[in-house]
Design a protein around this ligand. Structure first.
Ligand code: PM9
Length: 459
């Protein structure tokens, strides 16, 4: 029977994890000690943890049963073959190399395909993806549609590649300087925004004309498939699983952080169709990840992922997952809180530039807002603005991105509707006193991916 509630969960709760409540005074101390960086808080001091949807999902009883089927043989574990079957069946790629998590696969792809001075177009940057491209000698070029940089623009496919930007890059630098385009499903930094199948088809034609590979960041592409089903003409009768396969059929391979769509706590993979690239990836794997039949994953985790992949492409799973995010977003919109529109897949993004217009971007409005939200109620969010964007490698200046956001990221199958209501109330409280909030000064800046470990003090 179909559910009468639009997004009611297709599961019930079998086990719970108890949470600690903290006082305002305890939170003051915790955030000071964390240098106003929510990554540096102890999770024990957090009530509702919306830092990330990465590795934080709840596994199903079937996945936990799979954990018990771990074959921890060093080589040729049967769990590898189960995972290979799942990737072939649901993503359609011929060849699989497991990695410890997504950035292991990004490292592999970047080192194998990028030469010094190459250009790597992408539908907006992702922090770890761009860093690996740059470390391999590549120059990242943003070719996402302009709408993606405008938080209030309601365009339904803000993850689309702007084909004219791609054509311009090809004519400016030459196709032989572009080994591949990095195409992300449900673009994280844009607010979890999907690309359309029509856009992918156009991109496919262009890339085939110029012999440019399309490498998919498949991390949240099952969620992208759900948006295509819901929003794009001609797809409403297709299942998420069918749409995902169609997406992958127009790409040459993928990197995957299995910690998101894949519903596991750790793991990732690189997959492709080309045999020569596969052999190189296997060989690279033994140097940096582990033997090519485990690549940094335990056998039991590969088995849990094989099951997680199958669960992730079920229509009712995606309906509940994205339905919950939409519920939170709609409540925030009703409370007049400026958020990125349309509501994306894995998170609600608060528009810190609009909420704290009196704080200059170099005083880190989004970092400040995330800290204030924690102080208010013990909710942990993540900065996605100036700190995450880092410095321009050529000028050394802060990049000052157009999007200065705080991400309220929803783990899959973890929190309830009542938790979402607490989040809305807490954001509304902070919003009420926004004029009194002052910015932050960065007092420690690590060389790479500074958002993870930077320290701040109050202005
Ligand atoms: N994403 C996230 O919270 C975790 C690390 S960054 C705070 O959103 C994409 C689109 C990601 C992603 C990680 C990775 C890297 C690649 N692509 O974290 O190495 O969102 O498994 O994956 C995080 P790993």
């Amino acid at each position: 029977m179909e559910s009468k509630r639009s997004w009611a969960e297709p599961y019930k709760i079998k086990m719970v994890e108890l949470l600690k409540m903290t006082t305002r005074q305890e939170r003051e101390q915790a955030i000071e000690e964390a240098g106003f960086n929510t990554f540096l808080l102890k999770s024990d001091d957090v009530y509702i943890d919306l830092l990330t949807d990465s590795g934080t999902s709840a596994m199903s009883d079937r996945q936990w049963a799979a954990i018990m089927m771990g074959d921890e043989a060093y080589a040729g574990s049967k769990n590898f073959y189960a995972l290979e079957d799942a990737v072939q069946k649901f993503y359609g790629y011929k060849n699989l190399v497991p990695t410890h998590q997504g950035r292991g696969a990004e490292h592999m792809l970047s080192q194998l395909l990028i030469k010094e001075g190459d250009y790597i177009p992408g539908n907006m940057y992702f922090t770890t993806t761009r860093l690996h491209q740059e470390r391999a000698g590549g120059i990242f070029v943003d070719v996402i549609v302009d709408q993606a940089h405008r938080p209030q623009d309601d365009f339904p496919f803000k993850g689309n590649v702007d084909i004219s930007k791609m054509e311009k890059l090809i004519s400016d630098v030459g196709a032989d300087k572009i080994p591949y385009i990095s195409l992300e499903g449900n673009v994280n930094m844009a607010g979890g925004q999907p690309f359309s199948m029509a856009n992918l088809k156009e991109l496919y034609t262009l890339c085939r004309q110029h012999d440019i590979l399309i490498m998919l960041d498949a991390t949240r592409t099952a969620e992208n498939a759900y948006f295509i089903q819901q929003r794009e003409d001609g797809y409403s009768d297709m299942s998420v699983a069918e749409i995902l396969l169609e997406i992958c059929s127009m790409t040459d391979g993928c990197t995957m952080s299995a910690k998101k769509d894949g519903l596991v706590n750790i793991g990732g993979f690189f997959a492709c169709n080309d045999t020569e690239l596969y052999q190189k990836a296997q060989n690279f794997c033994v140097v940096f990840e582990g033997l090519h039949t485990y690549g940094g994953m335990a056998g039991r985790d590969m088995q849990a992922l094989a099951v997680g992949i199958e669960e992730s492409v079920q229509d009712n799973h995606q309906q509940a997952r994205i339905g919950q995010v939409e519920y939170l977003g709609m409540q925030l919109i009703k409370a007049d809180i400026p958020i990125v529109r349309p509501i994306g897949s894995h998170a609600i993004f608060l528009d810190a530039k609009q909420i704290l217009p009196h704080i200059d971007q170099d005083d880190f409005p989004a970092q400040t807002l995330a800290a204030e939200l924690y102080l208010e109620s013990g909710i942990r969010a993540m900065e996605r603005g100036n700190v995450s964007a880092g410095r321009d490698p050529l000028t050394g200046n802060n990049r000052r991105p157009e999007l200065e956001l705080v991400r309220l990221t929803i783990p899959r199958r973890v929190y309830t509707q009542a938790h979402m209501d607490v989040v809305v109330e807490s954001v509304a409280e902070v919003y009420k006193r926004r004029q009194d909030i002052k910015g932050l000064t960065m007092v420690f800046e690590p060389e790479y991916l500074r958002f993870f470990q930077a320290l701040f003090t109050r202005k």
